[in-house]
Design a protein around this ligand. Structure first.
Ligand code: ARG
Length: 467
């Protein structure tokens, strides 16, 4: 059984069941790189401030490097009697750095150390997620460009509403994922704050140089209040909240892919490599990937509520409850990355059924608004025009026809303003292309939106690559 750093105060050994119960090593070992880097910076600072000698610092730094490599190779022995990653690394430092190892933890507590490790981990993951989201956005742009001439029904209340370009619909997701990227990156400002030096909660009596540690670890800021630094996890909550919003977008996208690939819609087909079959029904091709993405959204929301609930009512400063923030955080990172990755692979392989989409936009009276707008263009007030168009829909329904399938004579019964050219504007192409509003679905507007998006994305990527 390993010795505990607090042995001095205790006359009895920790119960085995307590060790197993309180251990976090199974999940916090993924922080090892940051724990080592943080410790190296801490050592350098201790030496610079003459709190330890240069020789001691060098052997500590060398030892920490070997431990990092050992863990990286998978040769390191983890054991739940040593509780967490901090104690594992410090514990094995004796073998590598001799007596100097006992000095590593000077002017530091695991309370500020864990906050540092998580912040370093999260800022690196956020940058990675942001980049992955940017790549996905490029894939959405590519898909929109590839299918730039596909017209489909746009929906409200899941009822056919007005025809839109598929590319316009896809670019709506581009916008959502752009805001998600932005939200995640904005959170970086609050993650990127260096807490070390707060020690257990009150700061330390040693003459440390916090700004130097921040500089070594590339933090633009140090925390302003030691109690706050060791006790808040708002940056984790904020990250999971941003991830939840992003997952909500994925879930809506998934829902549409699931609907669109059903026989009822028949708009798309998932490639065989991104669908699964049924073990009993030979005809089935199931959209499991989007279904799982939709399902995992619930899990991420759960992670958000989990950390919020853990933090609720905790008295300042550090409480062990806060160890429970790790699994929901790590799970959120893993799930979000996996969903971005699978979407980036699945989307380029989508088969689009252009004819089916087009056909669906010619039935269901999607041109009723345009009929009303036509009458308005000829001087009729909109409310009256709306009513005339409604009557035309009702009449057409009774004849089992669409508005554009009625004769000119029939159409004229709803208003004498109707002329032959009405038929030109009732086509899906015209309905799409006459919506030239900024941000509207007209071909030219969508092409311009795609061009602008591509330009912004390129600049954004260049910027994030610099970080
Ligand atoms: N495993 C702990 C956590 O995740 C590290 C900090 C432990 N601090 C303590 N005083 N027990 O929060």
């Amino acid at each position: 059984m390993a010795e505990k750093p607090w042995d001095g105060r205790f006359s009895e050994k920790t119960d085995r069941s307590v060790e197993a119960f309180s251990s976090s090593i199974d999940f916090d070992k993924r922080l090892y790189i940051y724990d080592v880097e943080g410790s190296i910076a801490h050592c350098k600072m201790l030496a610079k401030q003459s709190i330890i000698s240069e020789d001691e610092a060098s052997s500590l730094i060398e030892g920490l490097g070997s431990i990092k490599r050992e863990i990286g190779r998978g040769d390191f022995h983890f054991d739940d009697t040593l509780e967490d990653i901090h104690m594992h690394i410090e514990g094995s430092l004796g073998e590598h750095a001799g007596s100097a190892s006992h000095k590593l933890h000077t002017a530091r507590s695991r309370n500020d150390q864990i906050s540092l490790d998580v912040r370093m981990y999260l800022r690196s993951e956020v940058l990675c997620i942001a980049k992955n989201l940017m790549e996905l956005r490029q894939i959405i742009i590519d898909l929109a460009k590839k299918h730039s001439d596909v017209i489909m029904p746009g929906y409200t209340h899941l009822q056919r509403a007005q025809p839109v370009l598929l590319s316009h619909h896809l670019m709506a997701y581009y916008e959502m994922f752009s805001r998600d990227t932005e939200r995640l990156k904005e959170g970086l400002k609050r993650i990127n704050v260096m807490p070390l030096g707060s020690a257990a909660l009150a700061g330390t009596t040693y003459p440390i140089d916090r700004a130097y540690v921040a500089e070594l670890l590339n933090f633009p800021e140090i925390s302003a209040n030691s109690i706050d630094a060791v006790s808040d996890r708002d940056f984790i909550v904020e990250f999971i909240a941003s991830a939840s919003i992003c997952m909500m977008h994925f879930s809506r996208f998934s829902e549409e892919l699931i609907l669109w690939s059903s026989s009822e819609f028949g708009f798309i087909e998932l490639s065989d490599s991104f669908a699964t079959g049924s073990s009993i029904m030979p005809q089935k091709k199931n959209p499991d990937v989007p279904e799982l993405v939709r399902g995992k959204t619930g899990r991420v929301y759960g992670n958000l509520v989990s950390v919020l609930t853990t933090m609720k009512s905790l008295p300042l400063a550090y409480n062990r409850d806060m160890q429970e923030d790790k699994e929901p955080l790590f799970d959120t990172v893993d799930v979000l990355k996996a969903c971005i990755d699978i979407y980036a692979k699945m989307l380029p392989q989508l088969k689009i059924n252009k004819e089916k989409m087009y056909e669906a936009s010619t039935t269901g009276f999607l041109n009723a608004t345009d009929f009303a707008d036509y009458l308005v263009g000829r001087g009729m007030p909109f409310r009256k025009a709306h009513s005339c168009a409604g009557q035309a829909v009702s009449f057409a329904l009774s004849k089992n026809k669409e508005i554009h399938e009625l004769t000119l004579k029939e159409l004229k019964t709803f208003s004498s303003l109707v002329k032959k050219e009405i038929f030109d504007i009732l086509t899906p192409e015209q309905m799409v292309n006459r919506r030239e509003t900024e941000g509207g679905t007209a071909t030219g507007k969508v092409a311009a939106a795609i061009k602008a998006a591509e330009k912004n994305l390129k600049e954004e990527l260049a910027q994030v690559n610099k970080q």
